[in-house]
Design a protein around this ligand. Structure first.
Ligand code: ADP
Length: 151
């Protein structure tokens, strides 16, 4: 018997959670996609954040719902406006990697006040997007911890 309290055991458990065990499939678009098509993709794929990549499939930006709303209330032709004009761009993108603690990813979401993080893999060309961690991911883990399923 270790003499550990329930809360110590819970903390230990949470600190074993890695990004790779919970990451979801990312939705990625090219820089040349129009704002109109990005909005369609967001509805079709049912996500709140799109990750933007270049011709080498490397991360160049992020587009959120509010970015698209902002562009839509301006005087723009949404079919003629490319996503790379309105996206938040590198190097200002907050990322995480598969071996990171899920707790660290959650802290980044809070600190940066954002809904999601791309899970990236380092390559010679840049960062490849391999997954995503969102507020929903963290909410699911929270509920699973309370119901103490197979975690
Ligand atoms: P929403 O705008 O739909 O509320 P967010 O809170 O995630 O969604 O986005 C707020 C702003 O932060 C947007 O301008 C978006 O482009 C940017 N953003 C979103 N995710 C990231 C990220 N991982 N790194 C840097 N900026 C981001």
């Amino acid at each position: 018997y270790t003499g550990k309290t329930g809360s110590e055991l819970l903390t230990e458990k949470i600190k074993k959670f890695k990004v790779q065990d919970f990451q979801q499939i990312p939705v990625v678009v090219r820089e040349e996609v129009s704002v109109y098509d990005a909005i369609s993709t967001m509805f079709l794929e049912d996500v709140g954040t799109l990750f933007v990549v270049n011709e080498k499939s490397c991360l160049t930006g992020v587009v959120s719902r509010k970015d698209l709303l902002r562009a839509s209330i301006g005087q723009h032709d949404l079919n003629a406006l490319d996503i790379h004009i309105i996206m938040t761009r590198m190097p200002n993108i907050t990322v995480c990697r598969k071996d990171d603690l899920l707790l660290e990813a959650a802290k980044k979401l809070i600190e940066k006040q954002i809904d999601g993080l791309p899970v990236v893999k380092d390559t010679e060309d840049g960062l490849h997007v391999v997954g995503r961690i969102t507020k929903t991911t963290i909410t699911k883990v929270f509920v699973e911890l309370a119901t103490d399923s197979a975690l």
